[in-house]
Ligand binder design. Sequence first.
Ligand SMILES: [Zn+2]
Length: 291
Amino acid sequence: MLRISLAGMTAAIIASALAAPAQAQQPSPFATTKVTDNVYIFRYANHQSMFVVTPAGVIATDPISERRPAKPYIDAIQAVTKAPIKYVVYSHLHFDHIAGGKPFKDLGAVFVAHRNAQARIAALKPADVVAPDQAVDGKRNIALGGTTLELNYVGKNHSDSTLVMRLPKEKIIFTVDWIPIQGIQFRGMADTYVPDIEEGLKKVIAMDWETLIPGHPGPGGKQTGTKDNAREELAYLQDLSAAVKQAVADGKSYADAQKEIKLPKYETWPNYNAFLSMNIERYFDFWNRGI
Ligand SMILES: [Zn+2]
């Protein structure tokens, strides 16, 4: 209880600091967005999670509370429903998305993740990550209060533990960090499997859905995308791969490829300038060294 009340105090301090006149122009660090009658996005600074509300309880996803209190997320859920939080489903292993879930555990939630995430958490024992109670291999459905949430594993992509959570009735998917809304892949694509990520994108594009909820808002704070965003991301990776393959065939060095390859179709995407050369290096390793 002490831990919860301290977390609450921290949230109150943050809230009052943001309410101070000097900070009046700052946007709130968190917000809830209704996507459909039963599906919501909780945004916490630049991370976002989906939660699904049913009469029998709530299916929450990533706690997104690394080094900050989870209370704003729990408060956001409880502002919508008094039904208990039954599940927390991890999108993939990465701690910036899954840390901070203990207050959800204290409320009795069952934690679910892909088998590979469960194994890695068991090996690393990160202090602020709740170990999953249940593991998913290829596919699992969570049925609760008349809603079905599919947990699909489509292979290795941005990690080897990424789930594609799909609500078949609502035609919504929630999957994190590999299908951004007009985004260059993050930095050097750490933990990303090439070219498996392209095969995974094809599988997701073939699924039946209309609305994408990614793990971070896109340009202009856009919180949801469409299948076109998945098609564009696949096109970006294929164009990048083809350009780097050619550079390797031409005998270019890493440095020359990074300097010379331009993909103007994507230059308006955020982080094009910051990350393109790092994305090039990742694909250079694949075409040059087979890794
Ligand atoms: Zn990630």
